[in-house]
Design a binder for this molecule. Structure first.
Ligand code: SF4
Length: 172
């Protein structure tokens, strides 16, 4: 993805889930944005919610929603954490967390990120490096480009289409 400098963050800022979907599938991002939210019925998403809600019951500061756009699972003193059901969409989980770190930095808050995959007992640290900041900015520009399209991006089969909530919509 091409790097973009000096973006207009106020006009480009968006939800964490849209940044996540950009890396999952651009077509899915477009469909979701148009209000076709079949994903809410997905067992996987439900499982993800259950995993997030039950894995860290003693955590004091949890689920912080900022500007109605980013919803951070757990906020600690030095780090923010996201809890994910599986690492199948690791690249999407990573850009979403980088976006959160970027968003917080814009608010004057600097932290490191951690992704927890409790089901496979894995923990990954994610840092907002200069290159990562450029990647986030490029992602935000790309999200806007896709959402401005009149039609959904062309069908392109992904290895995980069969498990996607939009499968019937795309391939049925
Ligand atoms: S079924 Fe495949 S092409 Fe359609 S939205 Fe899902 S991942 Fe994208």
């Amino acid at each position: 993805m091409e790097a973009v400098r000096g973006i207009d963050f106020q006009s480009l800022k968006t939800t964490g889930v849209k940044v996540n979907y950009l890396y999952v599938c651009e077509r899915k991002l477009w469909l979701f944005d148009r209000g076709i939210q079949m994903e809410s019925k997905s067992d996987k998403v439900l499982m993800g919610k259950l995993t997030g809600e039950n894995s860290y019951p003693r955590e004091e500061k949890r689920e912080v929603l900022i500007d109605n756009l980013i919803n951070i699972d757990i906020v600690g003193d030095d780090e923010i954490r996201e809890v994910k059901y599986s690492n199948r969409m690791h690249h999407a989980d990573r850009i979403q967390l980088l976006y959160y770190l970027y968003y917080l930095k814009r608010l004057g808050i600097e932290k490191r990120g951690v992704i927890n995959y409790p089901k496979i007992r894995k923990r990954e640290e994610v840092l907002l490096t200069a290159d990562a900041e450029k990647e986030v900015e490029a992602a935000l520009v790309r999200v806007q480009d896709i959402l401005q399209m009149d039609k959904p991006p062309q069908l392109q089969r992904k290895p995980y289409c069969a498990k996607c909530a939009y499968y019937e919509f795309c391939w049925g």
